[in-house]
Design a protein around this ligand. Structure first.
Ligand code: NI
Ligand code: MN
Length: 233
């Protein structure tokens, strides 16, 4: 399995010759190195409707004939307003994409769709995903505050990699993300949703050092950086 971090919350997983892309935000991210036209993917998974998670979903979906996976309300917006192929689902449910399974989990945040006219419409509940493929379990927390059911989720899922927001201001900051990492019980924690804007500036290396102090492994990925991982036998 190949995992690429495209900056902000955008993560791409390639397995068995298929790709899923989570929360594409490239054109609007000054520290992204990937362009929407560089992306090849079969599915686009959206955690919630905020612009910094869906900005490039439309051009990438159109160019790749990719299917957008999202909560019912956001999926309906993407199909009726943007004429994209969608799979609508909701929190607690799992969809089988053939090469991977994606379970939608709770996130504690908001999820309005900001229209160009300046209006905000209801975009469903915010979410995270647990992706299972090749025997590996990868959690993408979406945008979220710390909440105690992270412990329940961690107890019920053997999480190999967790992508956790550390930016603070709109999501958990490093202190709460350290607690989230412990509750999720992730073997490897990768910080996301920081440094894209001054408001969410954080020291990710320091976060990883603090993870190690509490006995967990972390890894800082630069935008555009990728790595391979296989299930340990
Ligand atoms: Ni958000
Ligand atoms: Mn966000």
């Amino acid at each position: 399995m190949q995992i690429t971090y495209h900056g902000h919350s955008c993560v791409q997983i390639v397995t068995k010759g298929k790709s899923l892309l989570i929360d594409p935000f490239l054109r609007g991210n000054p520290i992204a190195v990937t362009k929407p036209e560089d992306i090849q993917t079969d599915y686009i998974l959206l955690t919630h409707a905020h612009t910094d998670h869906i900005l490039d979903a439309e051009p990438i979906a159109r160019a790749n004939d990719a299917t957008v996976v999202a909560t019912f309300e956001l999926a309906m917006y993407m199909s009726s307003r943007k004429q994209l192929k969608t799979i609508d689902m909701n929190i607690g449910g799992t969809v089988d994409l053939g090469f991977a399974k994606a379970k939608m989990i709770q996130a504690f945040h908001s999820s309005g769709i900001f229209l160009e006219e300046g209006q905000i419409i209801y975009g469903g509940m915010p979410a995270g995903y647990i992706i299972q493929a090749e025997g590996l379990t990868i959690l993408h927390a979406g945008d979220t505050a710390l909440f105690s059911d992270m412990k329940m989720i961690g107890d019920r899922h053997p999480i190999d990699i967790a992508f956790l927001p550390i930016g603070d201001h709109y999501t958990m900051g490093p202190d709460d993300a350290l607690q989230a990492a412990e509750w999720f019980g992730a073997k490897l924690v990768i910080p996301v949703h920081y440094n894209s804007f001054p408001l969410i500036r954080q020291n990710a290396q320091d976060f990883v050092r603090r993870l190690e102090v509490q006995g967990q492994q972390g890894r800082v990925l630069a935008p555009g950086e990728k790595f391979e991982i296989t299930k340990e036998k």
